[in-house]
Design a protein around this ligand. Structure first.
Ligand SMILES: [Fe+2]
Ligand SMILES: [Fe+2]
Length: 475
């Protein structure tokens, strides 16, 4: 596997120097990206030296090279996984045909939409997280935040490369628009709901990287199956980076839970007020944050029944998670799948054609995967001898997309009245009071090896460095 040439203006493994027009177009886009990073990237971090990993090649030994980098100098580039010889489309109506090395005219609009929607989430999350560096609970956590941020920037590059390379003028316009939208902006927001929410504190950040980056994993994994070979190869490399983002989220929440349990045991109490007074986050508040991030994130999979999802699949544009490992016919024409519906004010399952329910299929795969980590958090609580357990809420809880949108459902899955919802809303979701409490704990800790009082240290450092390593130098 060829090593990436970092002397190029845009590091890449796509032979950019052999396509002068494309190279010029991307070099033209690059200053706009850097301006966006300056405006919307991590707040007040320009002079920091951050211990980051950078890809120097896409093979397993080369993609994680560690060293101090000033973030504005991070080398964002275009990296694809190596091509598979004779790759075939392995699902949908084109099953068995050679994978496309170019974009088929009839799928152009849909592919563009898929790429733009994915691309839009990448800068959005950087925007959502931009103030968090100011309140990082340790240098270790600050470094992990910045690692996520630069890699989301690189994911944007991956999608912009596809837009410029394969979609002509439309693609260039879309690439500009990706730098123009802003998370949460009233006039020009990001495309998807969860990416317009705020990530105002570190508990939100850990929940976001656990739940919402995992949505990224499932979406990107479905794109890694695409019949459009370049998209599949770009997606595969993005997946290697996504794993670390979710690790940060899972271990982050786990450390918060650990600290809370330690405080509960020290004080021999399960009273949330006493836990809070001791500077830790009470377990019910952690559950409220979990409920919020889980429900907002499962909306990202889209409507439970979608003719677009059927078209994307049958056309070979977007597969299912782990498509290659499934043993059905990969066309799904006579198959059904259960979705939830509301009948007489109650939730019932109804079988619908699976092709139309592929958003629901991906959502259910996602839910299974999410629960595994929540169970690992529960093991921390169990080990501490505390009877409380965290749970993902019912799939119909707090939904804003699809059949269940706007329906009032408790975390246990019971349909409730508006009055009941109002009475319990602050118990089920983080209200102003819970958010204000969490916000009150946030404050930057900059001494190597020290951690804020609401979170336990990690088990290990990054890249086998000690926990008290100077992961960020402020200069
Ligand atoms: Fe990403
Ligand atoms: Fe991510």
């Amino acid at each position: 596997m060829s090593t990436i040439d970092y002397s190029d203006k845009i590091p890449n493994n796509v032979n950019l120097s052999e396509d002068r027009t494309l190279q010029r177009a991307l070099e033209h886009w690059q200053p706009g990206f850097l301006d966006w990073w300056k405006d919307m990237g991590p707040d007040n971090s320009r002079n920091f030296d951050v211990y980051l990993r950078t890809a120097i090649s896409v093979d397993p030994s080369g993609w994680a090279q560690f060293g101090y980098v000033k973030m504005p100098d991070y080398r964002w580039g275009i990296f694809l996984n190596p091509a598979e010889a004779d790759r075939k489309i392995h699902f949908g109506d084109h099953q068995g045909e050679a994978a496309w090395q170019d974009v088929p005219g009839e799928h152009r609009a849909n592919l563009r939409r898929i790429i733009v929607t994915q691309g839009d989430t990448e800068p959005a999350s950087v925007e959502q997280q931009r103030h968090l560096g100011l309140t990082a609970p340790s240098l270790y956590d600050m470094r992990n935040l910045f690692q996520v941020n630069v890699e989301e920037g690189r994911h944007l590059w991956a999608m912009v490369y596809l837009l410029h390379r394969y979609f002509g003028r439309d693609g260039r316009e879309e690439a500009e628009a990706l730098l123009a939208r802003r998370s949460g902006d009233a006039d020009n927001p990001r495309i998807l709901g969860a990416f317009n929410e705020k990530t105002p504190d570190w508990l939100s950040f850990f929940m976001f990287t656990y739940f919402t980056d995992r949505d990224g994993k499932f979406q990107v994994a479905a794109l890694a199956e695409s019949g459009f070979d370049r998209l599949a190869r770009a997606a595969k490399f993005m997946l290697t980076e996504e794993a670390h983002h979710m690790f940060g989220g899972e271990s982050g929440v786990s450390r918060v839970v650990q600290r809370t349990c330690d405080v509960m045991n020290q004080l021999k109490t399960d009273d949330p007020a006493k836990v809070r007074a001791a500077g830790a986050i009470d377990l019910p508040t952690i559950q409220r944050y979990l409920n919020f991030h889980f429900s907002v994130t499962i909306d990202l999979f889209g409507a439970d029944q979608s003719s677009n999802a059927a078209i994307f699949y049958s056309s070979g544009l977007k597969g299912r998670f782990d498509e290659g490992k499934r043993t059905d016919d990969h066309k799904l024409h006579g198959s059904n799948y259960p979705v939830l519906d509301v009948v007489d004010g109650g939730l019932v399952e109804r079988e619908v054609p699976m092709l139309n329910a592929l958003n629901e299929v991906l959502r259910d795969d996602y839910i299974k995967d999410s629960i595994a980590g929540v169970n690992r958090w529960n093991r921390v609580i169990e080990k501490a001898g505390i009877p409380f357990r965290l749970k993902v809420p019912h799939k119909a809880f707090n939904r804003h997309i699809g059949t269940l949108a706007g329906l009032r459902v408790s975390p246990e899955g019971k349909v409730v009245s508006e009055a009941e919802w109002k009475a319990h809303e602050n118990e089920w979701l983080p209200g102003a009071e819970a958010r204000a409490f969490v916000a009150s704990l946030m404050g930057r800790v900059v001494e190597p090896g020290k951690f804020a009082g609401w979170i336990a240290p990690p088990v290990m450092g990054i890249n086998r460095q000690p926990i008290d390593f100077e992961y960020v130098r402020f200069n």
